[in-house]
Design a protein around this ligand. Structure first.
Ligand SMILES: Cc1ncc(COP(=O)(O)O)c(C=O)c1O
Length: 451
């Protein structure tokens, strides 16, 4: 008895689309659909400057599946509606977040990744992609200066990478069933560490935060005192976390003295390099980042500056594969877009992106520095935060809110973090479309604003 074909469709292949690709031949309807979807995307990317980096709320398509499947035209119309309401990192004024424009090679890799639908859970489910991930993580670990044999695993973001690192550190310290372990980090370390501890079943007080100096970096003397005190109390330490690129100002904790202390006390050093570690790929990394290789584990987040569509990695000394390595089970082959993006850029292109970001931060710093009403906060990376000098918390709140609105009206989106008790405005200068004239315009709008 012959079974009916699983999906009936209309005679014209260009107006009907089977939900699965034909395994026996190239399907013209599928090709047409993908071409039209990429045209939509190219159109959206190419119209970036005619809109705002942050569009207003737009109409949304229906959420639930209809009784019968939609046609390609209807699907594309729905996609277009969602795109109209999306944040646009390709706009030159998109300066608020650690989300740069996507690399074009990453777009193609994302498409192929979806089409391959391999699963990094196991070798069998991703033969070539698993090898690619191991190879690329090994290469990256080498660039960072980790010892031979170091590798890593891709994750969805820095939060997950930090969690993985702390879970591994706790196991290595033999503290998996001990509820007294603590993690040390600076006051400016990322919130994801607190999340990690709560997932690990530890109280918030298990995160010991150390004060930062005027540059936003942790003081190694304060760290030493705390380690000594913990040692006297017999309090077990899971890990010390150094941040290489803090979230608000891009400060880098002093890696060498911290690593020396960890070595002396026998503690795991995790470096949260979600923002800064990617600078290890620069021809001449900022001096503060030259010793990342002293880490036992490190979070690297190429998505935050290199435009790799959303991938983070946590190179470590572990050697297992897939489901045994990392916290995730089933996971997509994110590595494809990182690999293809880096291959497209080449060493020269990577260097240009990294150095361009630093140059834009220096330029904006020069422009804002002349305004004595501002307090600037930055480090050696591509982030710059500023607040109006002499304002208390409520006045800073009002000042930063008004200024952010005026900047947005001028097509420039900055974020408004609360830092050391006062709201600041923050610019992330990783967007390669941002030119000097955008920064001059930004400084002019800031200069017009009365505190
Ligand atoms: C220093 C630092 N670590 C970790 C993270 C978390 O990264 P993600 O948002 O990719 O999970 C961030 C996010 O901005 C960060 O700035």
């Amino acid at each position: 008895m012959a079974s009916a074909p699983p999906f009936q469709r209309q005679a014209d292949p260009l107006i009907s689309l089977s939900p699965f690709a034909d395994p026996q031949g190239v399907d013209p309807a599928l090709e047409d659909f993908l071409h039209r979807a990429s045209s939509l995307l190219c159109g959206w990317l190419g119209r970036s400057t005619s809109g705002s980096p942050l569009p207003g709320l737009s109409a949304m398509p229906a959420i639930e599946p209809e009784g019968f499947g939609l046609s390609p035209d209807q699907l594309l119309a729905d996609l277009q509606m969602v795109m109209e309401g999306a944040y646009n990192p390709n706009h030159p004024g998109a300066l608020a977040h650690l989300d740069p424009p996507p690399l074009v090679a990453g777009l193609a890799a994302e498409l192929i990744c979806a089409g391959l639908n391999n699963n990094l859970l196991s070798e069998e489910l991703s033969p070539s992609l698993g090898r690619l991930e191991r190879g690329l993580c090994g290469w990256l670990a080498g660039q960072i200066g980790l010892p031979a044999g170091a590798g890593g695993v891709a994750a969805s973001g820095g939060t997950l990478s930090n969690l993985m690192a702390l879970v591994v550190a706790r196991q290595r310290a033999g503290l998996a069933t001990n509820g007294d372990g603590v993690v040390l980090c600076s006051d400016d370390a990322h919130l994801s560490l607190l999340k990690a501890l709560s997932v690990m079943g530890l109280p918030q007080q298990a995160l010991i935060r150390l004060p930062v100096d005027l540059e936003g970096a942790v003081d190694p003397m304060a760290l030493e005192e705390t380690l000594r005190a913990l040692d006297h109390q017999g309090r077990p330490v899971i890990a010390v976390v150094a941040t290489a690129g803090t979230t608000v100002r891009g400060a880098v904790d002093p890696l060498v003295p911290i690593a020396d202390l960890c070595q002396r006390y026998g503690h795991w050093l995790h470096v949260d390099g979600a923002i800064g570690a990617v600078f290890a790929l620069a021809q001449s990394p900022p001096p503060a980042l030259r010793d990342l290789g002293r880490a036992d584990s490190i979070t690297v987040n190429p998505q935050k500056l290199l435009g790799i569509p959303k991938t983070s990695m946590e190179p470590s000394l572990a050697g297992a594969h897939g489901g045994e390595e990392g916290l995730q089970g089933t996971r997509p082959a994110e590595i494809l877009k990182l690999w293809l993006g880096l291959r497209h850029l080449g060493q020269a292109g990577i260097g240009t992106l990294l150095e361009g970001a630093l140059a834009r931060r220096r330029r904006l710093q020069e422009l804002l520095r002349v305004d004595e009403r501002l307090e600037l906060r930055s480090g050696s990376l591509h982030l710059l935060a500023f607040a109006a000098a002499g304002l208390d918390a409520p006045a800073s709140d009002a000042w930063s809110r008004r200024l952010r609105e005026r900047l947005l009206a001028a097509g420039l989106l900055l974020s408004r973090p609360l830092y050391q008790g006062r709201h600041h405005l923050k610019a992330v200068l990783g967007n390669p479309h941002t030119r000097s004239h955008h920064l001059e315009h930004l400084a002019a709008v800031v200069a017009e604003q009365q505190p």
